[in-house]
Ligand binder design. Structure first.
Ligand SMILES: Cc1cc2nc3c(=O)[nH]c(=O)nc-3n(C[C@H](O)[C@H](O)[C@H](O)COP(=O)(O)OP(=O)(O)OC[C@H]3O[C@@H](n4cnc5c(N)ncnc54)[C@H](O)[C@@H]3O)c2cc1C
Length: 417
């Protein structure tokens, strides 16, 4: 019996058994097209349709939104989302596409949204009838997020939004956006406000979404331009000028440190359940298979003692990090709630990069063969994973910023200039 199962309360044990049964009997159709490696690389409508259907089915079965109130479309349970996540992963189910909605928008709306708004928005988010994206970053506001310049001005009973967001993952499918805006130009932090904004209905009118093409050839993220987008005051979360505080809830969940365990826990873009196990989460076991099937000096790469040593080192690092992350669930063990999630995001994203680099070494010259090339080892997935792994040390706060936060806020060291 796993450590997690041993800790289940009777209610949780019953829920786990239910999840297992449902997942075992659920018929998962084969995808009609190749799926990307994670939700933030969904490019094509058939990919999204397939994954949306899966999320809808999982929600209808009670495996999503488990710990949210029933009135908001949740399951009204306690500590059950983690169980559903573990069982979905064990059953080797596809990732959930509405990762930014589940990972960041849902907890933020639940904690800060007005009554009526929560009940209206959350059920459709859980079922993936509405896809969500996160409009935080701008050309001049990434690490320095409080420098956001996209502006909302009050005109009559509406807020009118103008400006430009960038790196907005999934905006090309999104119905709604969580949006950090400036409502006062005189105060950096207290001049920020937080809105939830319907964007799909305004596409081609006051909202323009321009996909950005990555080095991989994929278009997972976008630029989003607002030209006099009108939004109702109902969609303001908390009071005017409280945007920075609301954004902290979103960022805590994005970094896997919030009170709500969501299917993207571990950081929506940090290789949590939004990614294919094996390739993204360090991929140690896949590396073994790759080494066994890669030719080297008349034998296989797995016969090379240097490669064997490097793979073992990768497995030890990955396992060490996994076990380290478990400490976060032991009450009272960690003095700071951010310590383990930030450490995990930092370490796991760097392991992913190193695992990708090792895969390139194992493949040798064949690493230049890519997706859609019949001769590519492992279907060409490793070169793609390697290139995408660089985004993971940037998204949800760069490794440098994670180190700054760990140093300053967790360890209490002097602030960087
Ligand atoms: C795959 C991917 C998906 C993303 N999805 C989204 C999304 O959906 N929505 C969204 O809003 N944003 C998204 N982002 C944007 C992401 O949050 C930003 O890229 C990130 O916060 C860094 O900001 P920046 O790109 O402006 O870099 P900058 O902030 O300009 O940083 C440039 C470099 O300077 C370093 N640096 C900056 N300040 C410091 C400091 N104080 N100390 C030390 N080093 C520093 C950084 O570490 C980095 O190496 C995504 C990014 C990626 C890669």
């Amino acid at each position: 019996m796993s450590e997690d199962r041993k800790k289940d309360t009777p209610e949780q044990a019953e829920f786990r058994a239910y999840c297992k049964d449902w997942l075992a009997s659920h018929v998962q159709e084969a995808p009609p097209v190749r799926l990307p490696q994670s939700a933030i690389e969904i490019m094509h409508t058939p990919q999204m349709d397939y994954l949306r259907k899966w999320q809808g089915e999982a929600y209808a079965a009670g495996l999503i939104g488990c710990d949210y109130p029933v009135a908001e479309g949740g399951g009204g349970r306690t500590g059950c989302q983690l169980i559903a996540n573990q069982e979905m992963q064990a059953a080797n189910k596809p990732f959930l596409p509405n990762i930014l909605g589940l990972g960041m928008a849902a907890p933020t709306i639940h904690i800060h949204g007005k009554q009526g708004i929560r009940e209206k928005l959350l059920p459709r988010l859980f079922s993936c009838e509405d896809v969500w994206c996160q409009g935080f970053s701008e050309p001049g506001a990434g690490s320095d997020l409080a420098n956001v310049q996209t502006f909302a001005e009050k005109k009559g009973d509406k807020w009118v939004i103008n400006g430009h967001k960038v790196w907005t993952s999934l905006a090309h499918f999104a119905d709604w956006m969580i949006l950090l805006l400036r409502t006062d130009k005189t105060d950096k932090y207290d001049g920020l406000s937080y809105f939830v904004v319907p964007i799909k209905s305004e596409l081609g009118k006051s909202v323009e979404v321009r996909p950005l093409i990555k080095i991989t050839g994929e278009t997972g993220f976008n630029e989003v331009f607002f030209d006099n987008l009108e939004v109702s005051e109902d969609y303001l979360l908390e009071d005017l000028g409280k945007g920075w505080q609301v954004a902290q809830t979103t960022l805590l969940h994005e970094r896997g440190a919030g009170p709500f365990v969501t299917p993207s826990s571990g950081g929506a873009t940090s290789g949590g359940s939004g990614a294919k196990e094996g390739l993204h989460v360090g991929g140690a076991h896949s590396l073994i298979n790759l080494a066994k099937s890669s030719a080297r000096n008349g034998r296989t790469a797995a016969d090379d003692p240097v490669i064997r040593d490097k793979i073992m080192e990768m497995i030890i690092r990955q396992e060490g990090s996994k076990q380290g992350a478990r400490r976060g669930r032991v009450e009272g063990l960690c003095d700071h709630p951010m310590r383990i999630p930030l450490q995990s995001k930092l370490v796991m994203s760097e392991i992913r990069q190193d695992a990708g680099a090792l895969a390139m070494e194992i493949e040798g010259a064949a690493s230049s063969l890519y997706i859609n090339d019949d001769n590519a080892p492992a279907g060409g997935e490793w070169p793609l994973a390697y290139m995408n792994s660089y985004g993971v040390t940037i998204a949800a706060g760069t490794s440098e910023i994670q180190r700054n936060i760990l140093g300053e806020r967790v360890l209490g060291m002097a602030k960087s200039k």
